[in-house]
Design a protein around this ligand. Structure first.
Ligand code: GLN
Length: 540
């Protein structure tokens, strides 16, 4: 157990057969098991697309964009890494083909290649290898787990697999390849089928990479024969064929991987001791609360990507964490903000014990969000507004309480006579879309004796941001006079970061994204308190 004296070990996780097998969860689960044995672990995601980062991607394309402390807009798998490990990730934990090429092309323009012809091998592969090894520098980590996005055989992922081939050769037993595949069950034949796995490993072999461990996603248990067959055809030990059975919660996967001995097999292959078992007490107590809730509650999540749960991944996970603290199952009702009208408002909201209005961009669905806020405010239903959700709360209040019927955000209506929400001064001159919002962690001072102060039990916090618009301070005094209090302020720029209503049991809006900081080990206080209040409301 404990920290390695010699150099960092590298674990590569690739995927075959299909996408969506849960590589991110397997990587995070293995990392959790190693961390629970006292090792320092980080996980990195390499995404083979050409966008510099997912910040410019539509959530329909790629789900949520997750933001790190240092302001990187990243793949949602980084959210899983942080939620499982409770350690922050950074810019270096998510690399895309776009970033790799940008860096190589910048070097070429600077003349760094001294007249060489710049090619995929070695220049692109060298850059990939550099990004992988960067995390291992300074001996900060015992393990760097690198997850390769996409599926082997894709044209885009070829340079990544080639980089792994080279690193395996250079590093020898300091590195390991875990390949995740699918073992489908054919109900007509009543059989699990290994052929797709065999083909997928063959594709790896064509590229010169022999996987050391196979994690086989399956809806039925793998019996001894199937394991032996896979081992035989894929040149791995039978104990290195790991079953990854479908389960109803991602949080069970570390325990399932422990039962399948994924951590032990990994350590043995890297010549490391396996004698002390991982310390998973806290994790297991979280799981036991998750699986045995004493009550349940229904919360409405109002947004415009309801068909796609991945678009609100971190919010949904934060509600699960908060439910667990409250020993309550949180049932989330997704509500499409575009479909909310004054006529169906009552019907849509009636069964709900709390309302969360989601972040977002652009004017599609905004009026539905504003109607939701009004309903929550007037009926004293617990309300939580995040980013655009908070901005909608202020617009609603301005229109219906401050008697400013034209109030809006200049994002939706640039010529509004009452720009309650306006573009930030430093954003005005920015024309480039990617990576230019107010991003990452900023400090916030909380006013004493506010509800927010009680919830955080602190007056200085930092939270992560991703926005261009903010509260227009010209209106602040009027808001406060009528009972909407700015309870959190960014001290450097005097920006409103948190608002709350004083004559409402629980009505809080935040300009930041608390959902990026909720983890299994440390559920976010705002979500925990919101769910507690929703439970209280449902009992009334
Ligand atoms: N569109 C709003 C802004 O840019 C809110 C952003 C968000 O909800 N993340 O300020």
């Amino acid at each position: 157990m404990g920290t390695l004296k010699d150099s960092t070990k590298y674990i590569f996780v690739t995927g075959g057969v299909t996408s969506s097998l849960g590589k991110g969860i397997i990587s995070a689960s293995l990392a959790k098991l190693l961390q629970a044995r006292g090792y320092r672990v980080t996980i990195q995601k390499l995404d083979p697309y050409i966008n510099i980062d997912p910040g410019t991607l539509n959530p329909y394309e790629h789900g949520e964009c997750y933001v790190t402390e240092d302001g990187a807009e990243t793949d949602l798998d980084l959210g899983h890494y942080e939620r499982f490990l409770n350690t922050p990730t950074s810019q270096a934990n998510n690399v895309t083909t776009g970033k790799i090429y940008q860096s190589v092309i910048d070097k070429e323009r600077r003349g760094d290649y001294l007249g060489e012809t710049v090619q995929v091998i070695p220049h692109i592969t060298d850059e990939i290898k550099h990004c992988i090894q960067l995390l291992g520098e300074n001996k900060q980590y015992d393990f760097v787990i690198t997850e390769i996005g996409g599926t082997v055989g894709d044209i885009e992922s070829l340079p990544y697999i080639e980089a792994i081939r080279q690193l395996r050769w250079e590093m020898g037993r300091r590195s390991l390849v875990i390949h995740l595949t699918l073992v489908p069950y054919l109900s007509a034949a009543k059989e699990l089928k290994t052929k797709p796995t065999q083909h997928s490993v063959k594709t790896m072999l064509e590229y010169g990479v022999q996987p050391d461990i196979l994690v086989c996603r399956s809806e039925k248990p793998l019996n001894e024969n199937i394991r032996k067959k896979i081992a035989l055809f894929c040149n791995v030990d039978a104990n290195s064929v790991i079953e990854s059975i479908d389960t109803n919660s991602i949080y069970k996967v570390p325990v399932l991987m422990r039962e399948e001995k994924l951590d032990k097999v990994t350590l043995r292959k890297l010549n490391l001791p396996v004698s002390t078992p991982p310390e998973l007490e806290n994790w297991k107590s979280f799981l036991s609360k998750l699986e045995n809730p004493k009550k349940d509650v229904v919360i409405g999540l109002v947004g415009k990507y309801v068909e796609l749960m991945d678009a609100y991944k971190s919010i949904i996970e934060s509600l699960i964490h908060a439910g667990t603290v409250n020993e309550c199952k949180v049932n989330i009702k997704m509500i499409h903000s575009e479909h909310i009208t004054p006529d169906n408002l009552e019907n849509t909201m009636r069964e709900l014990s709390g309302l969360l209005v989601a972040p977002g961009f652009g004017d599609r669905g905004v009026e539905g969000k504003i109607l939701t806020v009004r309903y929550a405010r007037e009926n004293k239903i617990p309300f939580f507004g995040i980013c655009l959700g908070m901005q909608c709360a202020m617009i609603e209040f301005a229109r219906n309480v401050l008697n400013l019927p034209e109030a809006h955000s200049t994002e939706m209506n640039p010529s509004t006579s009452d720009p309650i929400i306006d573009i930030m001064e430093e954003q005005k001159k920015i024309t480039i879309k990617g990576g230019t919002m107010r991003l990452g962690a900023y400090p916030c001072n909380i006013k004493e004796n506010t509800k927010t102060n009680k919830i955080y039990n602190k007056t200085n916090i930092t939270e992560r941001h991703r926005h261009r618009y903010e509260v227009n301070n010209k209106y602040l005094e009027t808001f406060e006079k009528h009972g909407m209090i700015a309870s959190g302020i960014n001290p450097q720029a005097d920006l409103v970061e948190i608002i709350e209503l004083d004559n409402h049991p629980w009505f809080i809006g935040v300009q930041f994204h608390p959902e990026y900081k909720s983890t299994v080990a440390s559920p976010h206080p705002l979500f925990v308190d919101f769910v507690r209040e929703c439970i209280a409301y449902s009992g009334k």
